[in-house]
Design a protein. Structure first.
Ligand SMILES: C[S@@+](CC[C@H](N)C(=O)[O-])C[C@H]1O[C@@H](n2cnc3c(N)ncnc32)[C@H](O)[C@@H]1O
Length: 406
């Protein structure tokens, strides 16, 4: 099993071998679509098992990570490409370091003083106006500097992003909802950059909020997080992603961006899918709120933000995380797969947001089609909660149900 790119709320890392067996049991010839791909523990395991996969998700940064690991990039891309990005970024780092010298000094003074001083420094920063000129490439410094990142880290991240954008501009294809996306060196560079930001950020796991110096332990953690080096991590992630890409890429793999409920309606492929796998959100925590930092970093679009975490206001609201709409959304998904002639494997915890009974799925699967064969397995697995609602345990034991509808 390939190690996941980063810890993700609800990852099926521990369940992947079982899910893959269930999918292969019902799959017909053709690519297998992972409708809620996340970090791709199932799509990468399927690719390793020799199947073509289509990874779909509604978060743009997730699609970028999926392109970087699943789609083939040219052999001319090597670690010297990362050297090139770094050397191109170095003048930006020097220039911003001069411009933000006063802010850098305030950060340094705050982490060499007592916790109360750091707490005060961070609270002043989070109250500041966040508008900035897009041409300046200061999104991270102006929105998230001195809170999620130290000013030095923000400067390095902004400068690297400017370098990636100018050396490898984004193409329309890689951001469009209606096209299958191809992989580019930009996806590798952007993914290395995102993983670097994730690994240095001053947050708990998902990044919904930054940590504050409300205790001596919190203070020590912030001091440690703010000192993490951006440039060396960027280089290491770039090299790691290159190795991973050659391991997992298959010519038939694709990545799609959009709402899973609309996947079959907007898909213009004539050939049928071998099977679909659905791992929808199963709590009331919206992924777009938990991972807003990652999405804003990726989109780099200077959005209107609010709340203590500075989450973007235009975040996607998933019907699967709304108690009043989750069941209807799951049943819609079952019907869409039946209409497309695709067997479906669905995983959902017994203690999920709604009680999901086999009979509901069975009835939806009968709708206007041949009778379906529905089976259900129950497994006890470790789930990562990444600090989501309900406590601070990193993992919980849950009973996961795996439904197969063929
Ligand atoms: C439980 S996680 C998937 C975890 C994944 N199987 C893994 O192992 O990493 C659910 C994913 O669904 C995505 N999502 C939420 N609502 C969606 C929707 N309506 N359409 C497509 N993706 C959605 C979230 O962004 C999140 O990545």
């Amino acid at each position: 099993m390939t190690a996941p790119l980063f810890g993700y709320m609800g990852t099926k890392r521990y369940l992947a071998p079982h899910v893959v067996r269930a999918i292969l049991n019902v799959a017909r010839p053709g690519p297998i679509v992972d409708l809620f791909a996340g970090t791709g523990s199932v799509s990468t395991a399927l690719a390793q098992a020799g199947r073509d996969v289509v990874a779909n998700d509604v978060m743009a940064f997730i699609c970028c990570l999926q392109r970087a690991q699943l789609l083939r990039i040219g052999e001319e891309v090597t670690s010297t490409t990362a050297d090139h990005i770094l050397s191109h970024a170095s003048s930006g780092i020097a220039d911003r370091s001069r411009r933000f010298a006063a802010r850098r000094k305030l950060d340094r003074d705050a982490i060499s003083a007592e916790p109360a001083r750091l707490l005060d420094h961070m609270s002043r920063v989070s109250a500041r106006p966040v508008c900035s000129d897009p041409q300046d490439y200061n999104l991270i410094t102006s929105y998230f500097g001195s809170c999620y990142f130290s000013t030095d880290q923000s400067i390095a991240l902004d400068s690297l992003r400017q370098s990636i954008d100018s050396l490898f501009p984004s193409s329309e294809e890689s951001t469009s909802v209606n096209h299958w996306s191809g992989s580019t060196v930009r996806d590798i560079a952007m993914s290395a950059w995102l993983l670097t930001a994730h690994s240095v950020s001053n947050t708990t796991g998902h990044g919904a909020q930054y940590m504050k110096a409300t205790s001596a332990t919190g203070y020590t953690r912030i001091c440690r997080n703010w000192r993490r080096d951006v440039v060396s991590r960027f280089m290491a992630y770039f090299v790691r992603l290159l190795g991973r890409n050659s391991l997992l890429s298959r010519p038939g793999n694709r990545v799609a961006f959009g709402d899973a409920l609309l996947f079959f309606a907007r898909c213009d492929s004539d050939s049928p899918f071998g099977a679909a796998y659905a791992d929808p959100p199963y709590t009331k925590d919206q992924y777009s709120r938990m991972y807003h930092l990652h999405e804003t970093l990726y989109l780099y679009d200077y959005p209107a933000v609010g709340g203590i975490g500075l989450a973007r206001n235009d975040r996607f609201i998933s019907s699967f995380s709304l108690k009043s709409r989750a069941l209807d959304s799951i049943l819609q998904l079952v019907k869409a797969c039946r209409a497309a002639g695709s067997p479906l494997v669905l995983s959902y915890p017994k203690s999920g947001l709604i009680p999901l009974q086999e009979e509901f799925l069975y009835l939806a699967a009968q709708d206007g089609a041949e009778p379906a064969v529905t089976t259900m397995d129950e497994l006890e697995v470790r789930h990562s909660r990444m600090g989501a609602a309900g406590g601070f345990l990193p993992h919980v034991q849950v009973v996961e149900r795996v439904f197969s509808i063929a």
